[in-house]
Structure formats: C-alpha cells, structure tokens
Design a protein around this ligand. Structure first.
Ligand SMILES: [Fe+2]
Length: 208
C-alpha cells in the first residue's frame, strides 16, 4: 500500500524511523523468520518456581527447553507496541505443566494482549492485592492481561502452545517479584485433568 513518506515532513525534525508495516500471522517457520530477536528459556531459568523440586533436580542435567520468544525489535518507548510470538513446549516438572517465568510490567499501568494461534493452555494472572484469574488459550482466542496484573503462560496440552502478544513499548519487565514470590496458583495434572491448586511455594512477601 502507498503511504506518505516521512521524508516529506516539513517540520525539520529527524524522522523517527517508525514506519507502518504488515505481516501475515500464521504458524510456521516463514513467520518466525520475520522476527529479529529469539530468546530461549530453559528449565534452569525457572529455578525455584516449580513445586516438585526433586522432579526439577532430576530434569536439570538435561536442562530442557521450556519456551521460546520471537520478538520484533521496536523502540522501547511509549507509543510503540512490542510484539511477537511465544512458543511454550509441552511437558511437566512432576505434575506441573511447563510455563513461562511470568512477570509484572515494570510500569504497572500497562496491559498486554494475546492471541492464541495453536495449542492449549492458560494465561495465569494475579495482582499484588491478591486477586487472580486463569483464562484459557485455544486457537483463535484472545486474552487480555489488564494493567497491574502479573501474567504467566502455561501449556496444558500435548503440542506446542503458540501465542501472539503485544504490549506498550515502555512497559518493561519486573521478573524479580515473581522469582521471589511465585504465583498464588499452580497448574497441575491430576488424574488426567488440568487443575489449579494453591502454590505451596508462594510467598506473601517479597524479600528485598
Ligand atoms: Fe508482559
């Protein structure tokens, strides 16, 4: 599509370099090539987060790949939208499903939106005041993580869980609060069913 070039600007300022663009959102290697940042998170990155620490210790020597994040590099400023795709691989540590580290945004008053492309799972969310919600991921489903809600993606299926995400460029990440405190709820497999239970490793206070 044609658009007005930023070089036509007459205000004398250096063009920001932020230009419109578009791409098709579909699952496949071609899509992933579009993204210019690829982060791999292995089991060791989730130290202390899983309930069954003996199961964690048994898996640690092979340090399995838990999830991957493909992100489009954008300026990390208000007005931009950081976006990409997270792939959470299937598996469990003991009875607890593979999951992302989870985080609050450093700027708490920023939201994030997810669109599930493939697989089954949950977005587990909670606030510092004690509220919590788990919303289901299934293909075609949108989940909105409102401002001030920590969020963690969990693969409860037997195939990869693939989700598209977008959030404000200035949001930043606060991983430390979750690393120290955990989430109030854990998602486990019990008698072949997916269940949420109180997380015995959750801590009410954050060590400073
Ligand atoms: Fe986020």
């Amino acid at each position: 599509m044609k658009s007005k070039s930023s070089e036509e600007s007459t205000d004398g300022r250096v063009p920001s370099g932020s230009r419109p663009f578009a791409f098709d959102l579909g699952v496949g290697a071609e899509l992933l090539k579009r993204f210019d940042s690829h982060v791999l998170r292995r089991l060791s990155a989730l130290q202390g987060q899983f309930i069954d620490q003996q199961a964690y210790a048994r898996l640690l020597p092979s340090d399995p790949l838990i999830y991957e994040v493909y992100e489009m590099r954008r300026p990390e400023v208000a007005g931009e939208l950081l976006h990409g795709i997270t792939i959470i691989h299937p598996g469990r540590v003991g009875n607890e499903f593979f999951m992302t580290k989870g985080h609050y945004h450093a700027v708490r008053e920023t939201a994030e939106i997810y669109y599930c492309l493939h697989g089954r799972g949950l977005l587990l969310m909670e606030t510092e005041e004690g509220d919590w919600v788990a919303e289901e991921f299934s293909p075609g489903r949108v989940v909105y993580a409102a401002p001030c809600w920590a969020h963690r993606s969990i693969n409860t299926g037997t195939d990869d869980l693939v989700v598209f995400f977008a959030y404000p460029g200035h949001a930043g990440h606060d991983y430390a609060t979750i690393e120290q405190r955990g989430f109030r709820k854990a998602v486990i497999q019990h008698d072949g069913r997916v269940e949420l239970e109180d997380n015995p490793r959750w801590s009410a206070t954050v060590a400073r």
